[in-house]
Design a protein around this ligand. Structure first.
Ligand code: C2E
Ligand code: SIN
Ligand code: SIN
Ligand code: SIN
Ligand code: FE
Ligand code: FE
Length: 389
């Protein structure tokens, strides 16, 4: 009978196997631009190299005095304070840590007692052997560490050889981490600038900053649901908050008019699409180029009756077709100076009627298919305004 207490033991890697693992992962890691994915690949690699049950890669966030990690797709990043626990100590000292049996180790028990570690009872997991190895960037500064838990070979403890092998592997990843971190930094900066610019357009019309965030989330969900590649969905997510940037040029008397617009006023309002396009179109940045398309085309309609150009069907860029539904959904689900929010059912009925008219039918179908995720995003980015009586 299978003995659950003793999972089948593994053996340490032979030198050729080790080389194979490192070469395999080094190639994957070097081609990866997303920092989260770099971390997960490194953790996988580390787990194989030292034959551990678990392996986590922690990165130093100096500003916050924390270590953070990403252990799986779709799971929020983990964060632990630098000052607490063994992992932080190893990163601060630059020295590796080996623990052969956590239950008899004083340091480990102290860390547990201080609340810095989740206890095994909380996690349902028995920690025995533990190894922490800091790794450095090209300048020699410690930028993070490997944490391997429970050795699956007969010896059941980590060795100097594990330390050497994992340090070697880590030295190949340092550069990828740094360039992925730089990319992330740049993209976060761009994202902030974009949201800020988007909010300028929206705040003028008294919509809250969350409007642009919700439109970004809905657009992203629908894009992925349509099977658009991840990298393009990411770009749309960053570009879509700027769809109404052209409203900066619309006078308050029109933008904030509590009632219905006259024909002249609406004609003026319609220029926000071309104004936005003209503001953005000369940029060479991918995200801003995409934002120019979204600004121009988010009021085009599938049946050709939209503005500014009356484009029809797939002559409207897919980014424009997606942002159109995201924007209208949010406009209808929210109070505006000129209207109260609609009930969900009323909005969904409109979308059914407008399938193939205002909106691309495929986009409407995906919208309904992904409605649970969309409603979740709506709640997550809800406007926290006082309740209406
Ligand atoms: P917005 O408020 O962000 O609305 C975006 C789009 O959501 C609208 O584009 C329209 O397609 C849809 N939408 C919003 N409210 C309603 C509604 O009550 N019924 C229906 N069927 N659809 C609705 P649209 O119409 O091209 O308007 C563009 C922008 O012009 C609006 O952006 C808003 O800023 C302004 N606007 C439109 N109508 C009025 C109005 O009657 N009064 C005022 N003050 N502004 C208006
Ligand atoms: C540690 O700080 O020693 C380990 C962190 C963790 O496992 O959560
Ligand atoms: C305008 O500035 O009023 C028109 C916008 C444009 O033609 O680009
Ligand atoms: C898609 O990428 O899913 C549709 C492309 C298009 O219709 O332009
Ligand atoms: Fe608009
Ligand atoms: Fe909008």
């Amino acid at each position: 009978m299978y003995d659950y207490e003793k999972p089948r033991l593994k053996h340490d890697l032979e030198p050729e196997e080790l080389l194979g693992v490192i070469l395999d992962y080094a190639a994957k890691i070097a081609n990866e631009r997303h920092l989260d994915n770099v971390l997960m690949l490194m953790a996988d690699m580390g787990k194989q190299i030292v034959v551990s049950d678990r392996c986590t890669v922690w990165l130093l966030d100096e500003q916050k005095g924390e270590l953070w990690s990403k252990v799986a797709h779709g799971v929020k990043e983990l964060r632990i304070p630098l000052g607490a626990g063994l992992v932080g100590r190893s990163v601060m000292s630059g020295e590796p840590i080996f623990i052969d049996d956590a239950y008899t180790n004083v340091e480990y028990r102290d860390a547990l007692a201080s609340g810095a570690l989740l206890t095994d009872r909380q996690t349902g997991y028995r920690t025995k052997a533990l190894m922490v190895i800091p790794f450095r960037n090209n300048e020699g500064d410690v930028i993070g560490c490997y944490q391997a838990v429970n050795k699956l070979t007969e010896s059941a403890v980590f060795s100097e050889r594990d330390l050497r092998n994992l340090s070697l592997a880590a030295s190949y990843s340092g550069k990828s981490i740094e360039s992925a971190m730089l990319t992330q930094e740049i993209e976060e900066t761009q994202r902030e600038i974009i949201f800020t610019m988007g909010e300028i357009g929206e705040s003028r019309s008294k919509e809250t900053g969350n409007h642009v965030k919700r439109v970004a989330e809905y657009s992203y969900i629908v894009a992925l649901g349509l099977g658009i590649p991840q990298a393009e969905a990411d770009i749309l997510k960053m570009a879509s908050p700027m769809h109404d940037i052209g409203k900066v040029a619309i006078p308050d008397s029109v933008l904030r008019k509590p009632g219905k617009l006259t024909d002249e006023e609406f004609d003026l309002m319609k220029t926000h699409t071309l104004i936005g396009y003209n503001l953005l179109k000369n940029s060479k940045r991918r995200i801003l180029k995409a934002a120019a398309v979204v600004a121009e085309q988010h009021h085009e309609k599938w049946n050709g009756t939209g503005y500014p150009h009356g484009r029809r069907g797939t002559d409207i860029h897919i980014y424009g077709r997606i942002t159109a539904i995201a924007d209208v959904f949010d406009a209808l689900a929210s109070d505006r100076v000129y209207k109260k929010a609609w009930e969900l059912d009323r909005i969904l009925n409109l979308f059914k009627e407008e399938r193939g008219e205002h909106f691309d039918p495929d986009v409407v179908d995906v919208f309904f298919e992904r409605l649970p995720a969309i409603l979740k995003a709506r709640d997550e980015y809800a406007d926290h305004l006082p309740e209406r009586p």
